[in-house]
Design a protein around this ligand. Structure first.
Ligand code: APR
Length: 250
C-alpha cells in the first residue's frame, strides 16, 4: 500500500462527508468497456450516432443499430466488481454519503450503494410521450418480436433507452443533488473517469471550491490531476478496496 493511499484512507476516515464520483473505469473490471480507453466504445461506435436528434429522426433505426450494444452492455451476467463493493461497504459503514455516477449500468445499485444517476440507467427504457419507465427487457422482447421502435405499454408512445444521449439535458433533479453533495463534501473521490464530459466533469471543481479535498483514482491523467490533493494513478479494483480496508480497520 502506498503512503498516498494510506493518507487518502486517513482523510476518508476522518471526514464528516465523503462523496464518490464514478465513471466507466469503475465498470471495466465487470466486463463493460469504457468509452475513451484503447478499444473503448467510442473506438467502435461513432458518438454522433448517439445524439438525441438521431434518435428523434428515426427511433426504429436507432434501436436496430443499438440493440446489440445495449445487450452487450446491460443484459446477461454483468456483476459488481471489488471497486463497486468497496464503495458500497464504505457507505454501509457510514464513511460515504453516496455515489454520484455517470455510469448507466446500474452496478452501484446492485452492489448496495445509494446513487445519483447523472446519465440515467440503461436497465430502463422511458416513454417519449408519458415518461413512463419500463425495464429494458420489455423493449428487448418487443424488438425480438419485430416491434420497432418499441412502444410504451401504457400510451403507445415511443420507448427510448433511459440514458442521457448527447444533446439531451441531464436529469435536473439529479444534477442539482450532485452539485449539493459536491459543495458539501469534505472529501470528493473522483474515480474511473476521464473527467472530460460536461457538466459532470465540473463537479470536482465545484467540490474543491466548496473546500473539499479532491482525490483522483484513475489509470490515466485527468484534467484536474495536477491540482488535486491526491492523484492516485492505479486500478480502482485494487485502490478502493485498500482504502476501504484501512478505513474499516482503523
Ligand atoms: N481503474 C482505474 N481507471 C480505469 C480503469 C480501472 N480499472 N479502467 C479504465 N479506467 C480509466 C480510463 O483510463 C479512463 O481515463 O477510466 C477512465 C474512463 O474514462 P471514459 O472512458 O471517458 O469514461 P467516463 O469518464 O465515464 O465518460 C464520461 O462520456 O461518453 C460519455 O456518457 C458517457 O458517461 C460517459 C461520459
Amino acid at each position: 500500500m502506498t503512503d498516498e493511499i494510506s493518507a487518502l484512507a486517513e482523510a476518508v476516515r476522518g471526514a464528516d462527508s465523503v462523496v464518490a464520483f464514478t465513471g466507466a473505469g469503475v465498470s471495466t473490471a465487470s466486463g463493460i468497456p469504457d468509452f475513451r480507453s484503447e478499444g473503448g466504445i467510442w473506438d467502435r461506435y461513432d458518438p454522433s450516432e448517439f445524439h438525441y436528434n438521431k434518435f428523434r429522426a428515426d427511433p426504429a433505426a436507432f434501436w436496430e443499430k443499438r440493440i446489440e450494444l445495449y445487450e452487450e452492455l446491460f443484459s446477461g451476467d454483468i456483476a459488481p466488481n471489488p471497486a463497486h463493493d468497496a464503495l458500497a461497504a464504505l457507505e454501509s459503514a457510514g464513511h460515504l454519503e453516496t455515489v454520484i455516477t455517470q455510469n448507466v449500468d446500474g452496478l452501484h445499485e446492485t452492489a448496495g450503494s445509494s446513487t445519483v444517476e447523472l446519465h440515467g440507467n440503461g436497465q430502463r427504457v422511458a416513454c417519449e410521450s408519458c415518461d413512463g419507465k419500463e425495464p429494458l427487457e420489455l423493449a428487448e422482447g418487443q424488438i425480438a418480436d419485430g416491434q420497432l421502435p418499441p412502444e410504451c405499454p401504457s400510451c403507445g408512445g415511443v420507448l427510448k433507452p433511459d440514458t442521457v444521449l448527447f444533446g439531451e439535458q441531464l436529469p435536473r433533479v439529479a444534477l442539482q443533488r450532485a452539485k449539493q453533495y459536491a459543495q458539501n463534501a469534505d472529501v470528493f473521490l473522483a474515480v474511473g473517469s476521464s473527467l472530460t464530459v460536461e457538466p459532470a466533469a465540473s463537479l470536482p471543481q465545484i467540490a474543491e471550491r466548496g473546500g473539499a479535498t479532491l482525490a483522483i483514482v484513475n489509470l490515466e491523467e485527468t484534467p484536474v490531476s495536477e491540482t488535486a490533493a491526491f492523484d492516485i494513478r492505479g486500478d480502482v479494483t485494487a485502490v478502493l478496496p485498500e482504502i476501504q480496508a484501512v478505513v474499516e480497520t482503523s
